[in-house]
Every structure is written in structure tokens, then in C-alpha cells.
Design a protein around this ligand. Sequence first.
Ligand SMILES: [Zn+2]
Length: 424
Amino acid sequence: MQLYNTLTRRLDELPAPPGPVRMYFCGPTVYARAHVGNARPYVIGMWLHSWLRSRGYEATLVHNITDVNDKIYDAAPGKSAELAARATEWYLQDTGDLGLGRPDRMPQATESIPQIVHFIEELIARDFAYAREGDVYFRVARYPDYGQLSGQRLDQVEQGEEPSPLKEDPRDFALWKATKPGEDTWWDASWGRGRPGWHIECSAMAEDAFGPVFEIHGGGIDLVFPHHENELAQSRALGHPFAQLWMHNGLLEFTGEKMAKSVGNVVTLREALDEWGRETLLLLFLGSHWRKPMDFSDETLAAAAARGQGFREVFLGPSEPTPAGAWESFEAALEDDFNTPQALALLHEWRDHELLRRALDLFGLGSLAELPEAPADVVDLAQRRQRARAERDFDEADRLRAEIESHGWEARDVADGYQLVPRR
Ligand SMILES: [Zn+2]
């Protein structure tokens, strides 16, 4: 199994099964309902986890929740803890509704403070960090490999963080920030009262879950710098090998005019689930390579919905054996940098119900093999149509068929009665 590694800039081979393959995928900062783009690393992490397990790997997925952060303080002054708790619930609910199950662990930053403080203490003890007036900063100049992940020269690094007169060097970044007036969550450490910086949270939570070395670290491509560069520096400064393979997914792009007009540029995962349903959303993700940007528009969503309908039609038809080697080709596509669009294209050729369902199940899409339940009023119309047909009142039967279709369903006649099939 090969995956593209941002750190080595090439396809790297995973160790043979059973591995282990320990994966840490960065989760959201919880201050609002998650953007649909936040779902991408979640979905990719869960799919990879499911695929690796099916291949006999001991795969473990950890996905964190950043529940203390400037964004949360700003969004709910004086009430940041309540907002973080509420937004964590939203995230669990919305990602749960994707129907992919749960990562093995979902640590929260606020529950990992002792580990984070201990990590900072070690960095200070080894001179990789210094405390100034309650803040603690990482000393970038003392770590010569800094910039390796994002491909930057040490002398050209710009942290992009708020400049602070407390920093020895503008390239240094915060590990701990002293409490400011109005901030309602803090912890006490030997250097003062405050809360951790974002980057050290992930180093500490990943190592708390896996120890000093693990196989895969994932997240959006926007996290390469500074977030992941800083995580890597913190951990390797202590001599920990940390993540071996870094996966960075492409971001979502919004091109659909209608979507842009109605809700601005931000679509939440909740809105996307409510409007399009989990299957269409998952098929859209599946049809895009994880490393590439993903076009989220009415057109691409409609195409994904049509794919779902195509699979449903296959399950309504007779099962036919696939040509020899079909499953092997499907595996080969996924083993080659987890090429889900290629795997998906293969599945559209299949007519073997059992094999197709097995493949779709890996991506949480086994439900496409089952007819969704029609609402009660549509079932009622279908039953009236059956009666009209039995009484040979074909005008009434045709009228009812049209009414069923206006509800987005199609009544199909089968040997023992009728079947209701969604039209979208
Ligand atoms: Zn992170």
C-alpha cells in the first residue's frame, strides 16, 4: 500500500499487514458548526481506517477536538467553555450522521492539559523553549531541521502568528499563552496561568495516544504550515521520531452559483447533510482524489446523486457475475495512493450484487443496496394506485402514478405488487 508523503515528497510504502498503522488526523477547532470542508479529513481518515482493517492491518485512528483556542474566546467572550461543549456536540452529531462510525479515540485538548504541560516542561528543560512573562515560546533557531515538512529555508520562515515583543526571535511560536482579561478558561503551570498553543496540543495528544512514533499524520493541506511544521519540530526536538508519513488532503472549492448566493461561501456539514443526504455527500468525496481540491457545487453534487441512483438501479436489476480480476483491480486502485475515484469508476461497471455491496460497505455506502423507505403519504398513493389497477381504472392509476412522481418517487410494478424507488 502506497501513499503520498508530504515529508518525503514521494509515494511511500506502508509496512506489510498487520502493521500496526497508527493514524492521527487533526480535528476541528470547535466554535461553530463545522464547515463541510472539515468533513474531508474525517471521511478520508475513516475510509482509510476501514480499508486498512479489511486488508488485515491493525489500524487505529485518533481524531482530536481543539476545544481551547483564540477563536473560541472571540466567538463567545466569557462563555467559551459552554460554546466549545456545544460545538463539540454538533461536530459529533454531524460527523455521526455521515454513517461511517467513529475514530478509535477523540481526545479533547482541555482533557489533555497535564500531558501538554509535561511536554512544554521537557522542551524548556532541554533549552528548546523559554518562558517570558507567562508565555512560553519554541526556540526555532535551536532546531536546524525546521522547515523540512513545508519546504522552507530556516532563514525565510515567517510564523504568521501575532508578533510579540516577548519573542527572542520573530520565527519563534507560542507553546503557552498567558491568560488575557476576559478569557474564562485557564490552567496553572509553573511559568504562570494560561492555556496551551494549538500546535503543542496536537503533539501531546498524538504522543499520548501512540507514544513517540506512529505511522500516519493527516489533515488539510492548509495545516502543513505552520501547524504541522511546528508539531514536527516540537516532537523531534525531544528526539521523538513522531509521524512517519504525512497525508494532506486538498481543500473544497465552491463554484456553484446558487449555493454561493443563498448561503455565502460557507456551507456547514449540517446544511450539506440536510440538503443532499449522506450518500450523495460521500459519493462526491469518493469521486475526488484525496490530494486534489474538491469542487463542491450544485453540478458536482447532482453528478454524485446520479451515481447513487446508478448503484440503486444495479441493485434493482439482476445480479450478474463480474469478470475475473475485478476485485483485484479495485484493490490495486486503492493500494495506489488510495485512488478512490479510480476505484469508484470500476464499481460502476459491476453488476454482481454481493461484490458491489461488499465494496460499497467499505465506504459506508452499503445502504445503496437497500431501497429507502418511502414516506407514508407516498405509500398511500401507491396502494390506491394498486387498487385502481385491480379495478382496471387505468386513468386513475395513471393520475396516481403522476402524483407519486411529483413527490419524487416512482412506482414500479413487480411480480408481487409494487416497488417505490426514489427518483433523484
Ligand atoms: Zn493538529
